[in-house]
Design a binder for this molecule. Structure first.
Ligand SMILES: Cc1cc2nc3c(=O)[nH]c(=O)nc-3n(C[C@H](O)[C@H](O)[C@H](O)COP(=O)(O)O)c2cc1C
Length: 186
């Protein structure tokens, strides 16, 4: 059975992007995949300190929850990352996660390791405003993460405006789009 993980970057318990992610995973599940939801806000991990040890050893100096998540991301068939726009970009929790993927940059460019088998990648984003290009600085770091980890960038659902916690629940059309994204993901 194919396995898909959803990685939720929002710090909010009633997160709009996480709600869409859950719908996507429900759709993927209905299409026959095994799914798992991972909440970054419940995980315990350090910020990248830029020590560059990973360029020598291929390993991060921190042995925390992210090490396990990265291992899981290597093993599954697909990854969907969901995040909000905070401060006109990927929110800090999501960015802290992306920065820790430096170890995969090190594998590629410092240690010349072979690429991993390609896995599928998707992105879900929510923003409170309709400013032009409001999702640019959300998708760019996630595209970078996927590139470093040999995950293809296959699909995205970027929705705005949606602001108050839980407000996405009043948008059945968008919830349906998220479900369909999951259904057609693999
Ligand atoms: C701290 C903070 C910063 C935000 N900054 C922006 C922003 O720069 N641009 C924008 O369009 N929306 C911004 N928003 C609105 C969020 O993108 C919006 O509430 C979104 O639905 C949150 O998704 P979530 O519930 O999954 O966290 C901000 C919200 C918060 C709480």
């Amino acid at each position: 059975m194919k396995k898909i993980i959803g990685i939720a970057c929002s710090p909010r318990p009633k997160s709009n992007s996480t709600t869409l992610l859950k719908e996507a995973l429900r759709g993927a599940n209905a299409a026959g995949a095994e799914t798992e939801l991972i909440l970054l806000r419940k995980m315990d991990f350090s910020l990248c300190v830029g020590c560059d040890r990973c360029s020598e050893t291929g390993k991060c100096i921190f042995n925390d929850d992210l090490v396990e998540l990265f291992k899981k991301m290597e093993e599954v068939d697909g990854i969907i990352t969901a995040a909000p726009v905070f401060g006109m970009g990927l929110n800090a929790l999501g960015k802290a996660f992306v920065d820790r993927s430096q170890v995969y940059w090190a594998h590629k460019f410092a240690l010349n390791k072979k690429p991993l088998p390609t896995r599928k990648g998707g992105v879900i984003g929510c923003a409170g405003t309709t400013f032009s290009r409001v999702f640019d600085c959300l998708t760019k770091p996630i595209k970078y993460l996927y590139k470093m980890m040999d995950i293809s960038y296959d699909t995205e659902l970027l929705h705005n405006p949606v602001d108050k916690p839980g407000a996405i629940k009043d948008k059945p059309d968008i919830l349906k789009e998220a479900y369909q994204l999951g259904q057609n993901f693999l």
